[in-house]
Design a protein. Sequence first.
Length: 95
Amino acid sequence: MIYSLEPVNRYLLIQEIEKVEEEKSSADLLPDGLMTQKPVHEYYEVLNKAGDCNIDVESGDFVVVSNNMVERFKFKEAEQLMILENYVLAVVRMN
């Protein structure tokens, strides 16, 4: 059987955007076990949206959201990310 994940109740299915890691100097390296703080807001790519969404966003658009509002869960052994449309701060489109 083939399953697909379709958001409902005004949710967007999103994915993290791959970041290019900048080369760090030895002065920028942190001691083992010390973690850097994740940014409050991040860009995500929209994969799909619920049919009842009011937000003007399509698959392939990018959105800015608060990281603490992203909901994470496992589906078919892969982590999935969803966000309620109310928590989208901005839409970024490629022109």
